[in-house]
Design a protein around this ligand. Sequence first.
Ligand SMILES: [Zn+2]
Ligand SMILES: [Zn+2]
Length: 566
Amino acid sequence: MKDDTDSSDPAEKAKKKKDKKEKKKKEKKAKKDKKKEHKRKNHSSENETPLKRQRCEPESSCTEKEVSTRTHTQQEETTADPLAQYNRNNPRPLAESSSLLKPEDKDTDRCVTLLLFYQYVEPVWNEEQYQEALRTAETLATSHKLSGRMRVAREGFNCTLTSKNRTDMYNFCQALRDWNDVFYKTEFKFTHDLPSAQAFPQLKVIPVVELVHYGLEGRKAPPIAQYSGVHLEPTHYHQKLAEPNTVVIDVRNHYEAVIGHFQPPAATESGEAPKYIDPKMRKSTEFPAWLDNPETQKELKGKQVLMFCTGGIRCERASALLKYKMATDPVVKDLGIKGVYQLQGGIDKYFKEFPDGGYWKGKNYVFDKRFSHAPLLKEEHVPEAKPDAPISSCESCGKPWDKFRGKQRCYTCGVPSLVCRDCLESKTKPRCDLCVAQNITSKREWREKEQREIDEYEKRSKARGVLLAASHTENPNNVTRLFLKNMCRKNMTDAILLDFLPGITHLVWKNRAGEFTGQGWVEMESPEAAAAAVARTGEVVLGRALHIKFDPPDGKDVWPPPHSKV
Ligand SMILES: [Zn+2]
Ligand SMILES: [Zn+2]
């Protein structure tokens, strides 16, 4: 093709120049329009101010199905929202978003969008799929410029991410769905207009054994698809909270529960009033033992059980564990529990549905940089809002206080300390209220108590032949080869070791010189079995405390040696 500059006819030249100019102008306008459209789309959800949104009153006839159809219709109507486009034809809406700002008080500093989501995968990914999942997590989050934490396990994803561009966020979610269909089931939850300081500085993809550390990994995990509780949308859950003969279990840790929790109505027309229960856990690993405690079981007898947590993920295994026990443990079967329900989307979603807080009292502890948040109409920075007075107090001086700040922790058990600004400055070192109540005065006492409770639970479970929940160790690299030492040289046998450590597939006793020196190497059937074995290091066999550690093959010799199969 002939170049413009080569044209010798001046008239043609002028015409071309004019055409070019006009073309440029048109392009510029189109670009501008596109930009405008983009801007409009991006901010469309802010036009619907949550402050003006009517609270959705519970209707006795409203079923779960109706609730979900209604939500869907609402989203269909707001066609300007890019989400509506994503959500069409999707079994679960990509996002249910909320803005913290009214259109008139736009603050340019509030530009961060927070995304919370989790997804369990059943059956769990094999090693190859898991490696691909880790790579994909990193690639997709990086290419969409997201920061935050992605916990990735063979059982799925659990993520807290931030971005300054919400469209990037939506595209990231869609990319996840394009990669793996399982994410079409995921509920992605967004919170917009957070201060820019709340963006995570970097992205961390963290390989984990369990998404929530319950000590219920691998074979010990009751399948969620089979045993999960009934998921209730916030409106329906709200109704249930007011029903008689109901217990509401807070499956979060105690330090989260102290600053805010559900408070169901104190009386009902008939039957026993619903009751809120805080299991007073320092970690989720205490849940299986708590659930197994006769005191707990007395509370659950004949009741319908509601569970809740921050985003919903902790209820998944917790409710599955209870339902598994209802199906397999004769003691729990006899309790006559009338159904297990869990709050879909967690407190986070309930707040979005009930901006005045509904049955919630106080703050909601969160694991991102907000530390905690309140229902919209009780948020301190929201105009016209009426924040609740703290329902908790400073662990040091006792004055009303509900803000976790800094990295101060209980010096005996290590949970975050709730101390007021003055006490934080004076550098007092308080113990948490649990340690005070349980009279735990040192780290050692705490560790002993923790171990004792797990041991007792395991003993009881073993005796009844039901599910075990041992303490366990993270095994991020999925090592299956273990090194064992300090075994009894005189009396240790294959049979004793195999009985002690289930899941051994290969066993090498002797060193290169062909003698048994109390050491050995084993290959385990799975990374979970290996982690469970390592967690038992220090347990006594034949009078000696066994040392067990991961020992990945160095590649020099064939591992496992074929003759070593047990
Ligand atoms: Zn204080
Ligand atoms: Zn403590």
